[in-house]
Design a binder for this molecule. Structure first.
Ligand SMILES: C[S@@+](CC[C@H](N)C(=O)[O-])C[C@H]1O[C@@H](n2cnc3c(N)ncnc32)[C@H](O)[C@@H]1O
Length: 281
């Protein structure tokens, strides 16, 4: 079958995951699941589907990652659609969702703000877990917000999900207050971006990666204003780079947060910071 030819092409090109990639492309191009691909091995594939498969293969051979070509990524057990303006959601970001659920779980009708929402993966995952929660999602990129809107509708939470275009807190009404503010902001130092793996460096949007010369610009901007938009008992929940825990904690304390806690991901790396304006009693 055609996908085996693609697999062989990928092998000759030195792609480590040649068989898996070829199968995934064939499943998407032919609209089949893994079992069908095996069971319908001897059927002739329509030309338009073959062309689709060849198109995917050509892009992969130029180094584009599979998730970018297929335009879908699973996060929190949900499928998120991607475009060129969105970061591919990372598994470690699920820790933001886990900690967020602990915070909003005991509340009635919690209101969430997600800054730099990309695909909308963080707030959409939270909304799917509690039906009385509402979320506002902000991003500088209108194309990213289009994806977030699509993903919210796809997962049945669109009526509780609002998108706003602008920089961090700029598009919000001054009186808006939230129980939880989440963000996985850009946190890579500008000079380090050129050293990242090609699939990140060349395919994730720069706006999603670049945290400025020291990687901390977004944290400073968010910490400076978050207190104005949190309810008194509200929590700011930020993803961080694994080496940023102490500097981001200092930024938060400097901005008036009193209760700052760092949480580690499954790899044992510092990954998330929770901050409250008042110390826990
Ligand atoms: C690291 S990505 C995170 C995307 C998504 N939340 C996730 O976890 O996969 C950072 C996001 O912040 C957005 N962004 C960058 N600068 C921004 C700003 N000044 N205001 C709002 N969003 C911004 C980018 O467009 C990008 O979608």
């Amino acid at each position: 079958m055609a996908w085996r030819g693609v697999r062989d092409l990928f092998r000759r090109a030195g792609i480590d995951t040649a068989e898996l990639d070829a199968r995934l492309f064939a499943e998407a191009a032919f609209g089949m699941d893994r079992l069908e691909l095996v069971n319908r091995e001897r059927e002739t594939v329509p030309t338009d589907q073959l062309k689709l498969l060849e198109g995917y293969a050509a892009r992969r051979l130029k180094g584009e990652p599979v998730v970018r070509i297929l335009g879908e990524k699973e996060f929190w057990g949900l499928s998120f659609k991607l475009n060129a303006a969105t970061l591919v959601p990372r598994p470690e970001t699920e820790l933001v969702v886990e900690r967020g659920l602990e915070i909003i779980g005991p509340l009635d009708g919690a209101r969430i703000l997600d800054l730099g929402t990309g695909t909308g993966c963080i707030p959409i995952a939270l909304l799917t877990e509690y039906s009385d929660v509402t979320a506002v999602a902000v991003d500088l990129s209108p194309e990213a917000l289009e994806m977030a809107r699509f993903n919210a509708n796809r997962h049945g939470v669109g009526d509780r999900f609002e998108t706003l275009k602008g920089s961090w807190f700029d598009p919000l009404e001054p009186g808006a207050r939230f129980d939880l503010i989440t963000s996985n902001p850009p946190y890579i130092e500008t000079a380090v971006i050129a050293t990242l793996m090609p699939e990140v460096r060349e395919h994730d949007p720069r706006l999603a990666l670049d945290g400025g010369p020291d990687g901390l610009e977004a944290y400073r901007a968010i910490a400076a204003e978050a207190g104005l938009f949190l309810k008194p008992e509200g929590v700011l929940l930020l993803e961080i780079g694994s080496a940023q825990a102490s500097t981001v904690s200092d930024i938060l304390v400097g901005a008036g947060f009193q209760d700052v806690e760092v949480a580690k991901d499954l790899a044992g790396l510092d990954r998330v910071i929770l901050a409250r304006l008042t110390a826990a009693s």
